[in-house]
Every structure is written in C-alpha cells, then in structure tokens.
Design a protein around this ligand. Sequence first.
Ligand code: ADP
Length: 259
Amino acid sequence: MSADTAPETTDTTAAKPLIRFENVTKRFGENTVLDNLCFSVQPGKHVTLIGPSGSGKTTILRLLMTLASPDEGTIEVNGRHLYPAQEKERREARKQIGMVFQQFNLFPNMTALRNITEAPVRVLGLSRDEAEARAKELLEMVGLGDRCDAKPTQLSGGQQQRVAIARALAMRPQVLLLDEVTSALDPELVAGVLDVLRDIAHSTDITMLCVTHEMNFARDISDEVLMFDAGRVIESGSPEKIFSDPEQERTREFLSAVL
Ligand code: ADP
C-alpha cells in the first residue's frame, strides 16, 4: 500500500486500550498468583478469562476493583493509573469500573430501587429523582420493571443478580467486570441472567471483562478469550479459534473437562 492512500489506517485512537496490565506480578506469600502478566482490552470489547480454578482470574478482577494491589507492574484504566498511583488518581481510575460478584451483595434491608440509587446519589451526586428515573430504566432493562419495591429476600437469586447488574450499570462505568455471576444460582435461573448480559453486551458499548465457566455464553459474547494457566495467559484469540481449534494442549485438556 502506498503512503498517500488508506487514511483508514491513521486512526490513532484505535490503539488506545481501556484496560492495560503491564508486567503485573501478584504474590500471596510464596504463591505467585500472577506472573509478569501483560494484556490489554480495547474500548467496547468483551474479553473473557477462562482457565482452571486457581489460575488467577478472579485476582485480576480484584486488582481492578482495588480490593488487592499488585506487587509489581502497572495497571491503567482509560489512560489513568490504578497502580502505581497516588490515592486521588487511583480513586478516579476506579470510578470507571463496575463489578458484579458471584454473591449478589445487595443491601438486604433496601428495596431493589434503593439498592440501585444509593451510590449514584452518594457518590455521583445525582438528585434522588434523577437517580430513581435512571434506576427504573435499568430495572426495566433487566426485566424487573415491576419489582422496584421488592426487598432482596422477596426476589429469587436470579432476580437479585439482575438487580446487582442494574446497580453496577447505574454508576455509568466504562468497564463492567463479571466474576462467575451465575455460579451461585440454581440451574434454572442461570439462563435469565445470561440473557440479560447478552442483551447488554450486544446493545451497549460498555467494555466487559468476564470470568465465567459458561462456555456457550463466553462463545456468544466474547470478542477475545484469554486462556490462563498458573497466572499467565497461555493462549488468546477469537472464541471460534479458542473453542474450536486451540493451539495449546493445556487449553484442549481444560476445554474437554468443562465442555
Ligand atoms: P481463579 O479465579 O482462577 O480460580 P484466583 O485468582 O481466585 O483464581 O486465585 C489464584 C490463587 O491465589 C489461588 O491459589 C488462591 O488460593 C490464591 N489466593 C487468592 N486470594 C488469596 C488471598 N486473599 N490470600 C491467599 N491466597 C489467595
């Protein structure tokens, strides 16, 4: 291609990752859980982390949530440093991240609506009316528009998890982290939660970083799959490539055990 053609290749924003891990090492005592890890996620992409239990996937999400800190390396979110960083910069970087946990962690004595409005009012400074209008839209989106006034104990696990998804989105994060969000659910409730997440993945431009054992879901929503083993990415690629034609024996073994 000659130098005076193809302006489409000159888009400099395309290469700027939303999440960047560079040479990140995390140890717990003698146990090196993440080993000089490097990876990045581009804006709007959905990246799924797969691999055996104990390979470090949840630790990555916990580092992004600042629930743990790395021993070495750099973590950036949208160009801001999470590590190493001064507390103020870390707080700003952290604001761009929302997470849904295995256990839904809703406030037990608040209604679904109040669970969703609390942080936008307290942290983002929204008026209660604004926060409630947005929370109602989000409850509608997750199929619970008629359950605004229900307390968590009046909702099934799947419904509670859908409230937790709405709560994470209410903070308008750039990145949504999903940590095995269906693993605490009764089997018949899993599909409803995954359908909601599929909708969000396909209808919004939010960036997703997802740890899951639901391989069909991973295949449906992912732009890229990273296969972990012992704190390292041993293979990465499109879901078609990783699930149908993996290069590493370790990936094949793992997939044959879980599929
Ligand atoms: P995965 O999500 O792939 O199952 P994790 O990130 O949860 O893996 O765990 C990776 C390793 O780190 C495991 O060996 C686990 O026992 C260890 N680990 C995680 N959290 C802690 C902790 N708070 N203290 C000590 N070891 C931990």
